[in-house]
Write a protein that binds this ligand. Structure first.
Ligand SMILES: NC(=O)c1ccc[n+]([C@@H]2O[C@H](COP(=O)([O-])OP(=O)(O)OC[C@H]3O[C@@H](n4cnc5c(N)ncnc54)[C@H](OP(=O)(O)O)[C@@H]3O)[C@@H](O)[C@H]2O)c1
Length: 319
């Protein structure tokens, strides 16, 4: 089979398309013929080994040699003790812990797989897992957004931001999206009431306070968020310095005023996506696929995402 592999951390130039053996499904595993993979910031981070947390499991060299974690495709074979799936089933999964999606085939534990929901294409199913789980938990489960609240989504024009802006609007919030200038119109098209270009304005000094700040790109000192918060701040991704501060001093900042500064540790996996899938099937939220690429174009696709051009999702179709 064809797969896009890499052996050392670096830019898209370290990736190469190669021929390799089709993996054999082990006990409880399913061999999936990959049809679509959506890209996430985590692919870009684990490609480059930056921020440092992306090197967990492989401090000097990548632990997994094939990236790609949000997949959709068709069951090609099953290993022993697989009871929930059979050849020909259409499935999707988040395989962040093992990766391997940028290939024609990948083995996935059956517990990680779910049937492609009715009415969704492979591309639409592949777009959902990681970005959808972050948005769902950030806005609904942990963020607990209620009507009339003011919500700011930092990084609102990316993959998770695309769903988060829509979910916050559905919950009745007034939404501010922050991202680079290229993505302001995109965030408005998703329903954002206000948009801020992060290169021109610092939302932590604009005098406004938010009930929820969902931070998909946290790069400030944790203390900087205190003044613009009247509820909860959730760090999802960004710099290690911000992450450490959120973990170490976040619980102390603003405690007396009822403010909460915390890490959102996202529970990943298709089993957490049911509410999002329902909204999707009811036509209440949508996925915007900004660009589509083929397997041999994975380096370009990752570069496009990593350089900050992607509005919504980027999908690789594997034929
Ligand atoms: N906490 C958890 O459990 C967990 C689980 C999975 C993933 N993650 C993390 O979640 C993060 C977000 O993922 P994603 O897929 O939504 O990423 P994404 O699609 O790359 O979106 C992030 C957005 O933030 C923007 N951005 C960058 N710097 C910014 C800044 N200073 N201010 C405002 N916006 C900025 C980016 O634009 P430009 O860079 O182009 O300007 C991009 O539009 C990743 O870092 C990933 O590692 C966390």
């Amino acid at each position: 089979m064809k797969a896009v592999v890499y052996a050392r951390y670096g830019g898209p130039g370290v990736l190469r398309l190669t021929d390799t053996d089709i993996p054999v499904p082990g006990d409880g595993q399913v061999l999936v013929q990959v049809r679509a993979v959506s890209l996430n910031a985590s692919d870009w981070e684990v490609l480059r080994g930056k921020p440092l947390y992306s090197r967990i499991g492989g401090p000097f060299r990548p632990r997994h040699h094939v990236l790609g974690s949000d997949i959709a495709g068709r069951v090609a074979a099953t290993g022993r003790n697989v009871t929930r799936f059979k050849s020909g089933d259409d499935v999707f999964a988040d395989i962040l812990s093992s990766m391997g999606g940028f290939a024609e085939y990948v083995c996935v534990p059956q517990a990680a797989l779910a049937p492609v929901p009715d009415g969704l294409t492979y591309e639409q199913a592949a777009a959902l897992p990681q970005a959808g789980a972050i948005a769902l938990q950030g806005i609904r489960d942990t963020g607990r957004v209620r009507p009339g609240q003011k919500v700011l989504i930092n990084g609102g024009g990316g993959g998770s931001g695309m769903y988060a802006v829509q979910l916050a609007k559905l919950a009745g919030a007034e939404v501010t999206g922050v991202d680079n200038a290229e993505k302001l119109a995109f965030m408005r098209s998703l329903g954002a009431d206000q948009v801020i270009d992060y290169a021109r304005k610092d939302f932590t000094t604009n005098g406004r306070a938010y009930d929820l700040i969902l931070d998909l790109a946290g790069h400030r000192p944790a203390l900087a968020y205190k003044g613009s918060l009247r509820g909860r701040y959730l760090y999802v991704g960004g710099s290690v310095a911000t992450l450490l501060q959120v973990l170490l001093i976040g619980p102390l900042i603003g405690r007396a005023e009822g403010k909460k500064i915390r890490l959102l540790a996202v529970r990943l996996g298709t089993q957490h996506l049911a509410p999002l899938v329902e909204l999707y099937q009811a036509g209440k939220i949508t996925t915007v696929i900004d660009r589509r690429y083929g397997l041999r174009e994975v380096p370009e696709a990752l570069r496009y995402l990593g350089e900050g051009h992607a509005k919504g999702k980027v999908v690789v179709n594997v034929d």
